[in-house]
Design a protein around this ligand. Sequence first.
Ligand code: CA
Length: 233
Amino acid sequence: MPSPAVLVVEDEETIARAVAYSLEREGYTTFTAKDGAEGLALAKQHTPDLVILDLMLPKIDGLEVCRTLRRETSLPILMLTAKAEEVDKIVGLELGADDYMTKPFSMRELMARVKALLRRVEMDRRAAKVSPGAEPLRSNGLSLDPSTRQVKVQEKSVALRPKEFDLLAFLMRNKAIVFTRDSLLEQVWGYEYAGDSRTVDVHMRWLREKIEESPSEPKRLLTVRGVGYKFEG
Ligand code: CA
């Protein structure tokens, strides 16, 4: 198998260089772009396996690059942001980034996330081949069909982002079992190392807004104080 190719779109040269260097040491092929326009051009030209994308970029910013890539490809995208407050923007705006890291980040952690993302994509690919039709899950007017990735509440279709779907599917399959944020990260996101548990909270909030009658008083996705979350019905 050829080594996976990673496109790094980052205007801060020292960061871009350090990331590319670490990726190459891990055996990946890399391309680097200094701004959003170049990033989109290189993505088209080289069709990489993954993109590491900075949020604040000259010419076309990272949000726009992410939107454009999402419209045209299913390429996994890992966003880099300078501020923790921008996390909600990335996760919340339905941009479709698969993961994010807040600067400053540890290179070791970034490499672990890259590896996990690529492995997940590979597993999804295989799963799609091997088992196209798993049984639909149903609970009190909520239904989730793993083969079509469709979710309905009282027979009305609800549009979920890929990770929202995966999280809901996991919790529905494990009804009434309480999971910690870290174990959800590991099971649903597949991180090898402890990731940022805010990812779980943000996705949970968005899921509740989509599938709960009253998101502030959830009846299906429950918070278990001091522990984590569970699905109740
Ligand atoms: Ca930047």
